[in-house]
Design a protein around this ligand. Structure first.
Ligand SMILES: C[S@@+](CC[C@H](N)C(=O)[O-])C[C@H]1O[C@@H](n2cnc3c(N)ncnc32)[C@H](O)[C@@H]1O
Length: 233
């Protein structure tokens, strides 16, 4: 594994598919799977989340709204923005992030290799502003980062898709408890899709008790299964 020292507790590390992630020494956890950051993001969030919503649940709509819990490096956003721009689909994206990274460290992730140059450039140029107010990256994509804890996040909007990408429950159990999941799912539209990389009995029970339909999907490399839930109409 190649590693590149960054100031403080954050270190860029390379994962099994050659893509980078960040290791946070305060939490003792990586921002993505060590089995492949890019593969995980593409599989869990783009294919099983966004693409699934468009194929199965969406009316033929020219727009999609996404809420992400745990914005981090922005990899899930960047892949979503690239996808939506290629599909000429309007994207409204809010990422909730309690501890925003600097643009400098995000600039060192190498994620420019996986998306168009224009999206990468406009993302880095507008990253600081997106922490304050919504920004348009191009004709199709609008980004806002809500720089606060999930528990403090409020919105009048409900979203088509929720990407739940918190640190694992072994490291941050409070992100996965009933209160946190119930709060998050208030922001899911009827017919909307919630996805996360993990699946546990507690999570399934909590989500079922809220009236959503829980599905198991094949997991990203290194995980047998992941969870998808549909807010049945
Ligand atoms: C697994 S990482 C997210 C990875 C990210 N989606 C990416 O692609 O880089 C979890 C993220 O949740 C953030 N976080 C931790 N506690 C939080 C909280 N209470 N509310 C919102 N975000 C939180 C962390 O700072 C971290 O960026």
């Amino acid at each position: 594994m190649h590693s590149d020292e960054q100031p403080g507790h954050l270190q860029i590390v390379t994962t099994a598919d050659g893509s980078n992630t960040i290791y946070n020494a305060h939490v003792g956890e990586n921002y993505h799977s060590r089995n492949g950051a890019l593969q995980e993001s593409r599989h869990v969030f783009i294919e099983q989340g966004l693409q699934y919503f468009l194929d199965n649940t969406a009316d033929i709509a020219p727009s999609v709204s996404i809420l992400e819990v745990g914005f981090g490096t922005g990899l899930n956003f960047l892949l979503s923005a690239d996808f939506c721009t290629r599909q000429q689909l309007q994207l409204y994206y809010i990422g909730v992030e309690a501890y925003p990274l600097t643009a400098e460290i995000i600039g060192k992730t190498g994620y420019d290799k996986y998306i168009s140059t224009s999206i990468w450039t406009s993302f880095l140029d507008s990253y600081r502003q997106s922490l304050v107010s919504p920004v348009k990256l191009n004709t199709y994509c609008q980004l806002q980062i809500a720089a606060r804890k999930l528990v403090d996040f409020r919105s009048d909007h409900q979203f088509d898709v929720i990407y739940f990408d918190a640190f694992a429950s072994a490291h941050q159990p409070e992100m996965w408890d009933e209160a946190a999941i119930t709060h998050t799912l208030k922001f899911l539209k009827p017919g909307g899709v919630f996805v996360t990389y993990a699946i546990t009995g507690n999570l399934k029970r909590t989500i079922k008790a809220l009236g959503l339909k829980v599905q198991k999907a094949p997991g990203a490399p290194g995980k047998r299964e992941m969870l998808r839930a549909i807010n049945v109409l």
